[in-house]
Structure formats: C-alpha cells, structure tokens
Design a binder for this molecule. Sequence first.
Ligand code: NAD
Length: 492
Amino acid sequence: MPTNNRLPNYINGQWQKSAATEIREVFDPATSELLSETPLSTAAEVDAAAQAASAAFESWRRTPATERIQPLFKLKDLMETHFDELARTIVLENGKTLDEARGEMRRAIENVEVACGIPTMMQGVFSEDIARGIDEFMIRQPVGVVAIIAPFNFPGMIPFWFLPYALATGNTAVVKPSERTPMTMRRAFELLEEAGFPPGVVNLVNGGPDTVNAILDHRTIRAISFVGSTPVAHHVYARAAANGKRVQAQGGAKNPLVVLPDADPEMTTRIVADSVYGNAGQRCLAASLVITVGEAKNTFTPALKEAAAGRVVGHGLQEGVQMGPVISPQSRDRISGLIEMGTKEGASLLLDGRFPDAPELANGSFLKPTILENVHPNSELAGTEIFGPVMGLMHAETFEEALAWVNSGRYGNMACLFTSDGAAARRFRYEVQAGNIGINIGVAAPMAFFPFSGWKDSFFGTLHAQSSHSVEFYTQTKVVVERWLEDWSRQF
Ligand code: NAD
C-alpha cells in the first residue's frame, strides 16, 4: 500500500502528514481490501492540535453566536450535497448497509440543525431586583478547548453528537475518530474546511489508545466527550477527571427487549429482528437479549427464527442486502467464541450463523444471524456485550420475572417492551433501570433534540450527548450580582 494512502491530520487549518511511525491498516470488512492507513499520531501532534485550538479560542469565543452558526448552516448544506458519498464511505470502512449508513448521516445532519439554534439554547437567565438596586444574572460561556473521541460503529454520526454544539457554543475542538473507521471523518473535515471555520477552530488528529491518553493528559484540553466500550469509557472518565477535566463517557450495552403475549405478532417480530441484526448487531442500541413472557414464547420463538434466518447478508453496497459483516476477522472470531461459550453455559443454538459458506462471503468478516435460546439470566453470556448479530432468547414466566432480569444487568443503555397493554407499558417505563426506553420500538435512539441517556455502566458522567445536555456540558455558568443605585446617577 503506497504511503499516500496514509490519512492526514487537520491542524490549524492545514492538512498535515503525521509524523507517526506506527500505523493501523483500514480494511473493507466485507472484502478485506486494504483501504487506507491510520497514523497513530504522537503526543506532539495532539499538543500541536490543542495549541492551535487554544490560540483560535480567544477570537472564536468573541464571535457572536449568530455568526458562529453560519458555517454550520453551510456545513448542513454541504453534508446534504455529499450525503450519498459520505454514506458510501461509511459502508466501505464499516461494512453496514447503505440504508443504515444513510440513516446514520441523517442523524448527524439533524445534530447540526439543532445546534444552529444555539443563540436561543445558550441564553442565560436574569432576575431583576433581588434586593433594592441589585440584579442577578447567569450567563453561559464556552469552556475552551474540548476533545471528541469516537468508536468504530458510527463513524459519521457520533462525532456529530458533540461537535456542532461544541463549536456553536464557542469552544474549539480536537476530534479523534476510531483508528478502524477514520475515512468518513477525513471527508467530513474537508466539508468543515469548506464551510469556513477559522483555522484552529476544528482539528482532526488520527490515532489509537496512546493518542487518546495524550488527549486525556493534555493541560489545555478542558472537556472530553467519549463514546466506546465500557472498560475504555471508565478509563477515560477516571483519567480525564483525575486531570481536572469535565467528562462525558458513553460505554457499552446489553440491551434487553421484553415481549408480552399481547404484542402485535407481525410488527413485533419485524422490529425485534431489525433491532438485533441491524448494523450486524454492532450498535449500542441493538437489542441483544429478547425476553418472551408466558405464552409469547410459543408465538415468537418460531417467528423470530424465521425472520433471522431469512435475513439477506452481503456487501452493504449491494441492493437488497439487509446485513453486512462485522468490523474485523478478530471481531468475528471473538463473537464466535462467545457463541461457543453460551452453548457451554447451557444455552441451545436455535440458529447458528457461524461459518457462512456462500462464496461471496468468503473474503469478509461475515456471520449470519444467530439465536441462542434459554440463555440463563445469571450466565456470563447474559452479562457480556457481544456486539454482533446474536440474539440471546430467554423465556420468563411472568412480567415480574422479566423486569427483574432486565434490572439485574450491569448496563442501562436501552430497554424495550412490546405490548398492547398501556398499564404494563407505563409500569415498564417507570421501573426499568435504563436511560433510553422503547415501547413498541426496537431501537429507541433519541432524536438530536433529546439527550442520549445511557445509565449504569453504559455511561459515566452527568450530562449526555446531544441537545440541551450538550449546551450545558460545553458551557460554564457565570453568575453576576450587580448593584446600581439610582442615587449614583443623580450625581451627574
Ligand atoms: P473502543 O472502546 O475499542 O474504542 C473507542 C475509542 O477509544 C477509539 O477511538 C479508540 O482509539 C480508543 N481506545 C481504545 N482502547 C483504548 C485504550 N485502552 N485507552 C485509550 N483509548 C482507547 O470501542 P469500539 O470497539 O470502537 O466501539 C464499540 C463500543 O462502543 C461498544 O462497546 C459499543 O457499545 C460502544 N458504543 C457506545 C455507544 C453509546 O452511546 N453508549 C455508542 C456507540 C458505541
């Protein structure tokens, strides 16, 4: 692979070749074709980006909010113009289907749109006459240089859960995409450059764990927005907090989905299968444990098996394909190992998607939909994030039992219920220990104007991604108490 396939960094308004001596190769997971190389940028490059962002901050924070959002409006237009190109880049480096990639880019754009409302969203509050001649008010000011660290599974969307708000509120930013899927952000940064942000306001540093640690330790960087697996999210949260930074760190998940006997059979089956197998199970809002209650076992077990077995697997750019590969051969082997572990723990393989034999799948990291039935609620498999197209099917006797299983998990990203009983739905919503809830919805992904509300080991921090939470996260409040006595004016 020629070195001109090595991805550049974007620092201080310049595309720069990284000085890194180590790289990571980026492959199309559907074909194993080598696409590019990610430089594992050094601490010095992180420092250069942070210094550039810091220098740009003084002028950017003084730019009126109404002016700061103008490049965001332009960016929205550019993202619409290049919508399919961005989606295709996601498919190439990540493997998901073109429809899934389009959905991802739509949510990215939606976040840009919401952030364009910053002049209203970051308004302060004013109390007149808290005492005679004294007023008090609170204003929001940007925190300074912020960093955004992303995972591989939504290379186009996740940086945009944060970046538009960070910039619109007057911060300057350093973005580090996943080293496994860095190409979409490279293209997005070309659009950010074209949108007209001043040099240094947005910076792109490619890299891996060492690059992340250099970000977490950098004195100038004041806030960290992270999305990835729970162990890394915890590490990021602890290390950045120990360095005095504010942190929001979204982690992994193991999302349960409960099906009551009165759930609509056709709709529920379709939605459950889409939730488990969409994005090849590689999304933090994928259902991975499906819990039928009572009679629902008899209706839904065969229906889910049929829906899973009928899913068309292949290259994400091919018409009609419903599920692409997982991200890498290592990931495929890890998932196969977990399926094996599940059977050793007593689950039965209702559908085995390992070792697909179709010749067109031979070169990629493919698994077909898999169902492990009778997963024990206390088993290791029930508590382990698989991040692949594997459904753990469990059968509870009662709604109570299902609720207890849901709440026994360590994660709390999402929980869903399928029913036509409003009281059951209300109870579920009220009692369940998760932050994103679906009622007759399989992927309860919040729109950009709601916060992405993970709980428990799915999130470390207080303020989540997107919407008003982002505005709070990226601003610090300043409270001013002012005394202006009328008498003083009469002196002139
Ligand atoms: P990951 O944790 O391996 O990597 C995420 C980021 O952390 C990458 O940028 C990577 O370079 C960096 N990183 C990896 N190891 C590190 C280390 N030891 N020290 C410092 N930095 C390190 O995650 P991934 O495999 O890219 O993404 C999948 C995970 O992300 C899944 O667990 C998934 O559930 C989670 N995820 C969560 C959400 C959410 O909203 N909660 C959304 C998407 C993905």
